[in-house]
Design a protein around this ligand. Structure first.
Ligand SMILES: O=P(O)(O)OC[C@H]1O[C@H](OP(=O)(O)OP(=O)(O)O)[C@H](O)[C@@H]1O
Ligand SMILES: Nc1nc2[nH]cnc2c(=O)[nH]1
Length: 178
């Protein structure tokens, strides 16, 4: 794993990630600062993006988390498995789902569906990274607030893992050759 990191391609260094988060925060604030929104972090990957995004927001909000996973340390996604459902009620609230990456979008689409069924007044999504390809679960699916676009490679860092490791990597990386 040490070698993997040393050999990895850096797609975005930390300053670029910070700028993307600043920009996301500006857009989220413009839309939601008067709405007492509730932010739901999608664990595990969304942890770091949620922390960095929320500390840039200067208005009252609530935070909760949910845990839905379909990769589980694998490089290919499987069936979505809900490990933890959210606790803070969504009914009548302006909900923002925060995650690290929108790849095929199966995870985000299922979570948005869950929030709508739970009676959220509005549901929006914020992801640090969107992967560019034509395999979206729902054609044309995009996050409402996206920080960076990445090419169609398996990426890690800033919350995203490589086989369970390197969520702590300070930037966005791709293993060489993958
Ligand atoms: O757009 P998709 O193809 O559905 O993939 C995106 C999801 O995959 C990752 O989660 P993962 O299932 O790996 O769980 P984790 O957050 O615990 O790493 C990531 O954090 C997103 O939630
Ligand atoms: N770490 C990581 N998780 C993902 N989940 C969906 N796509 C990816 C990816 O490229 N990297």
């Amino acid at each position: 794993m040490t070698r993997l990191m040393a050999d990895a391609d850096c797609l975005f260094e930390l300053p670029a990630v910070e700028r993307a988060l600043d920009d996301m925060a500006t857009r989220v604030s413009a839309d939601l600062s008067e709405r007492l929104p509730v932010f739901y972090c999608v664990m595990n990957g969304g942890l770091i993006t949620t922390g960095h995004l929320l500390t840039r927001l200067g208005f009252p909000l609530k935070v909760d988390y949910l845990h839905a996973t379909r990769y589980r340390s694998e490089l290919r996604g499987g069936e979505l498995f809900w490990r933890v459902s959210p606790e803070v009620p969504m009914s009548g609230r302006h909900v923002v789902i925060v995650d690290d990456i929108l790849d095929e979008g199966t995870t985000l689409a299922a979570i948005i569906d869950y929030c709508r069924r739970a009676g959220a007044a509005s549901v929006s999504s914020a992801v640090l990274v969107e992967k560019q390809h034509q395999r979206k679960a729902v054609p044309g699916l995009r996050a409402d607030y996206c920080g960076l676009e990445v090419e169609d490679r398996y990426v890690f860092g800033f919350g995203m893992d490589y086989k369970g490791y390197w969520r702590n990597a300070p930037g966005i990386f791709a293993p060489r050759g993958l």
